[in-house]
Design a protein around this ligand. Structure first.
Ligand code: 3SL
Length: 248
């Protein structure tokens, strides 16, 4: 029998991660919608996505970048921020808009989650459209310890992040067989949740409280369809410098 090669933990929000033992790899998930937007932006040729927890830090970094090569993405409470080029919709980051551009991005929870784990040596982001590509990268790199980190909503549990965490665990176990194991109950529960919703992920996203929040804001059908699309993209957003995600 082969020995265990990858131990997977899932944390609903970054604050649940133990500060004592840093994993070899982390995957941040914010299905609705930050990590879906990041995946589509890089797929569509964005030079990089640079993520910020703080808006003043974002503006300072963006100002130091050539104006014709940058876009500012800002979202709070599901809505685009005034003065920003884009909000946080994955269907807005088309090739015509983002190709060759660096996207300076701040969102309510997703980019804050990324900021919390930026010291992890191998840091990726995942969403449903690039779940298989991220799983393949992890199987190739074989970290001994993997933390999957949900973004949640302002410190609380988010169902949609757990769905995608379970989808990633499922794919990793399919690819890695007995060498990939879950080591906390959150990861095991996420897998069970995914199995309950995998035949209709969009319905799962819509019934989550943040799904309901977006429905309340109106006109998000295209976003739901995009965020629920499974295994459509080969892109693996990977932190290259602190906060800077590129497709490598
Ligand atoms: O919380 C976040 O980071 C966002 O993804 C929320 S929203 O989907 O843009 O409303």
């Amino acid at each position: 029998m082969s020995s265990v090669a990858m131990q997977i933990s899932y944390f609903h929000v970054p604050a649940e991660m133990p500060s004592t033992a840093q994993p070899e790899a982390a995957v941040v998930i914010d299905v609705l919608r930050a990590t879906t937007t990041i995946a589509w932006a890089l797929h569509n040729g964005a030079e990089a996505v640079q993520a910020f927890a703080d808006l003043d830090d974002l503006k300072a970094a963006a100002e130091a970048w050539p104006a014709e090569q940058r876009l500012l993405l800002g979202e709070r409470g599901g809505q685009k921020l005034a003065g920003f080029d884009l909000g946080n919709s994955p269907v807005a980051v088309t090739r015509a808009v983002v190709q060759g551009k660096r996207l300076f991005m701040s969102t309510t929870n997703g980019t804050r989650a990324l900021d919390r784990v930026r010291a992890v040596p191998l840091l990726l982001t995942a969403a449903l459209p690039n779940r298989g590509a991220v799983a393949q990268r992890l199987i190739d790199r074989q970290p001994a310890t993997l933390a999957i980190v949900g973004s949640g909503w302002e410190g609380s549990y988010s169902l949609e992040d757990s769905l995608a965490a379970g989808a990633l665990v499922e794919r990793l176990q399919q690819m890695g067989s007995a060498t990939v194991v879950t080591v906390n109950d959150e990861a095991t529960a996420a897998l069970a949740l995914w199995r309950q919703h995998s035949s209709d992920p969009e319905a799962g996203l819509r019934c989550a409280t943040h799904g309901q929040r977006l429905i309340g804001l109106g006109d998000h059908d295209d976003d739901f369809r995009c965020c629920a699309g499974l295994d459509q993209l080969d892109v693996v957003p990977t932190q290259q410098d602190p906060g800077v995600l590129q497709s490598v």
